[in-house]
Design a protein around this ligand. Sequence first.
Ligand code: SAH
Length: 266
Amino acid sequence: MKSRPSFPARLDVSMPARHPKSPVSARVVAPGTSLGTPGLAGRQAVAGGAVQDYGAARRNMVQKLVGQGLSDRMVLAAMGAVERHRFVDTALVNQAYEDTSLPIGLGQTISKPGVVSRMIELMRQGASGKLGRVLEIGTGCGYQAALLSHVATEVYSMERLRGLHDKARENLRHLRVANLHLLFGDGMLGYPKGAPYAAIIAAAGGEAIPQAWVDQLAIGGRLVAPVAGGPRGGQQALVILDKTPYGIEQKVLEAVHFVPLKSGVA
Ligand code: SAH
């Protein structure tokens, strides 16, 4: 078992822009791109040769997020730009823009768009521009990592399951994400080489926030994570932790359901 994550593996930006799941066209979305536009680039062939316009479904999803109160323009732009249907299995593409979590293999799930966008909005604390360096724990299929690459200058994303780390790399190949570093390793240890982080966001919940995360957070930085066993007695809740010049401030928000945070790699 590796006790340290591998070096930050920069995605090869010279990779062909064609995605294996997309026989029609592969959309190249640079970080910072605004809401997706309709047209061939937003379409994808489905069984039978029909062309499905996922751009419309995605815009609809963004409108619903606005209706739920999401207001950070950079987060909305990221939600409109990143093609969630490319991160789920072919059999699930038609559910990709519903506000639902979906299986991504190895017993893990991609979170609901509503929850992902809320967490990223909380993480940004109303910043007008991009955040600096951000650490994500739990790369999974790479969807949230792609979103983060639109709202932060540098993203380090860690995954403890080799199979999902590889899957995320494959899923992200069609994007030009030079500011995203996919790391295979135990995220409970954080990633000291990238510290201090402007924000840390966890997609898996443990019983407490690992001290390494707090240590690696910059002063003025914010951590957003699901935590179980707090005041809500065993049930997971979203926690935000702010590292201020005067100390740590923590708030417990709404109940959430995330996969468990586990130690070690597999
Ligand atoms: N953000 C992901 C969500 C994946 S689910 C997405 O967009 O798809 C959460 C992930 O956290 C799982 O893949 C799980 O394997 C991973 N995980 C759990 N404990 C971890 C740890 N200690 N370090 C890194 N990843 C971990």
